[in-house]
Design a protein around this ligand. Structure first.
Ligand SMILES: [Zn+2]
Length: 500
């Protein structure tokens, strides 16, 4: 009886490990029918190994075990393997060979034989050769990465030197420059399906099953302030996240993220964008990080002097990819949010004490998400929303909603959206600026209004006029502005979003 219980326990363990592996494969877009067949093969070989029955151990191994092993290795090579794995794989094979050599040699010695057998020589020799290959492969992976980084640097330098670069304008005005730092690939439902069941655990499960994807922009914002210097709201994606994804993330994050989750051209690199606007990354003194997600924190490593201001709750509970913070851990600063209420927000932080930058806690998307309000010249203001609302249509939060975490977090997220609505309604000089807006609002109007960084009253009015053309005063979408998913024409790759 205890023996059968032990076997059942082993089977459950094997099934749990197999299920986790299947989830990883699905995250990497392996088709569901293939995963079903493969999952059945795994389950059958686990059960067959524990209870060989009439088939016998040998047949179970031949018809279930070996195919399951080959399929597992093949899937690993197809979707997980990265060149830095090769030295590890070779080292493991070397250890296996050496281990198989040692006990055989001993047995012979016990049996009185004076010479080790040929098999011992072969296994030992193969082990040593594989060990040497492992060292060579490690050198190769290292050289390959260095080449990749050198090539990236050459491309960035060329992008900086391309015609059309500008000089910093120092005339005492507050300037804001939207910086498009690459794109991120997300499922359409995660971006727009919050009201169609993309919420909480259900949302995550749907992320596994529904692979209708879109590419959306990642925006950071540079602020050149006459009194407070050079600042950034968020920092976008860095070059390695987009071009050396597996090397940058290491094995655990690599298993849980897609290789092509980010795209970044040399011209979109934060350092290049700053240089083209006439600035140096080393001159940025403050970064307001709306939250710790990696498409907002990637550029931190390029800002050697900046103080990084973020909500402590995000740092304590929300850091998924701590290595993006490696170079700034000593320069973090956590606001106390003790400056009293601000409009619809019950707490706020007047960061410099002069009302020029106000930090507004807006948890929900992450435990310590915050929005940033910046006073512009002439009475207007910009409200940097981070991921509180992805795009302008998301302001119609009862019609268009991004995926939410579920439970209290969803409630907080909607609360934050309503506070933003009330702030916008109360101040006609306030314009919202989004981190992922993929509509005409960002690509045409915000880009045009902030061409020289200072939109003026007329520029802000233009942005508000567009906002009112998209949304009613009751925060409903007007006709022609509801997002729809359009599948890719070729059947592969991300689709598009059409507003109609
Ligand atoms: Zn986020």
């Amino acid at each position: 009886m205890p023996k059968i219980l032990g076997k059942i326990g082993l089977l459950v363990l094997a099934l749990v490990a197999g299920a986790a592996w299947l989830v990883i494969l699905r995250l990497k877009s392996v088709p569901v029918p293939l995963l079903v067949v493969y999952g059945l093969l795994l389950a059958a070989s686990a059960a067959g190994t524990l209870w060989p029955g009439v088939l016998g151990r040998r047949r179970v191994l031949t018809f279930l075990g070996v195919p399951a092993g080959v399929a597992t290795f093949g899937l690993y090579l197809a979707v997980v393997y990265h060149v830095t794995d090769l030295p590890v794989l070779l080292a493991l094979a070397a250890v296996a060979c050496l281990a198989s050599a040692v006990p055989r040699g001993r047995r012979r010695a016990d049996g009185g034989a004076t010479r080790p057998s040929r098999r011992v020589f072969l296994a030992g020799g193969a082990g040593l050769a594989l060990g040497a290959l492992s060292a060579l492969a490690a050198g190769h992976a290292d050289r390959r990465r260095r080449d990749l980084l050198t090539r990236g640097e050459a491309q960035r330098q060329a992008a900086i030197r391309a015609p059309g670069a500008r000089r910093r304008i120092a005339d005492g005005k507050v300037r804001v420059f939207p910086i498009h730092t690459g794109d991120t690939i997300v499922t359409y439902g995660q971006f727009y399906g919050g009201l169609d069941g993309w919420e909480g655990l259900n949302g995550y499960l749907r992320t596994l099953l529904d692979k209708a994807q879109i590419a959306v922009p990642v925006h950071a914002y540079l602020i050149d302030h006459p009194r407070h210097g050079l600042m950034l709201v968020d920092t976008g994606v860095n070059w390695e996240q987009a071009h050396d994804h597996d090397g940058y993330y290491g094995i655990t994050s690599r298993l849980l993220t897609e290789r092509d989750e980010y795209r970044l051209t040399p011209a979109q690199d934060l350092r290049v964008r700053l240089a083209r606007l006439g600035y140096d990354a080393g001159d940025v003194t403050t970064v307001f990080l709306t939250h710790v997600h990696d498409d907002h924190a990637g550029g931190l490593r390029h800002l050697p002097r900046a103080e990084v201001v973020l909500d402590r709750r995000d740092w304590d509970q929300g850091v998924l990819y701590p290595h993006s913070f490696d170079l700034v851990k000593e320069r973090l600063s956590f606001p106390a949010f003790d400056s009293g209420a601000f409009g619809a927000f019950p707490a706020a932080q007047d960061h410099f004490g002069d009302g020029s930058v106000v930090l507004l806690p807006a948890p929900g998307h992450s435990p310590g998400h915050m929005c940033v309000l910046l006073r512009l010249d002439g009475g207007g203001s910009a409200l940097f929303l981070g991921d509180t609302l992805y795009t302008l249509p998301h302001l119609a939060t009862d019609q268009v909603r991004q995926m939410t975490i579920g439970g209290a977090d969803t409630v907080h997220q909607i609360e934050a959206a309503r506070r933003v609505q009330r702030l916008l309604a109360a101040d006609p000089g306030l314009v919202p600026l989004f981190a992922h807006d993929n509509t005409r609002y960002q690509s045409d109007l915000v880009t045009a209004a902030f061409t020289d960084g200072s939109p003026g009253e007329a520029g802000l009015r233009e942005l508000r006029r567009h906002m009112e053309a998209v949304l009613t005063p009751g925060w409903r979408l007007r006709p022609g502005h509801t997002p729809h998913f359009v599948p890719p024409a070729s059947g592969t790759g991300p689709g598009r979003v059409e507003f109609r």
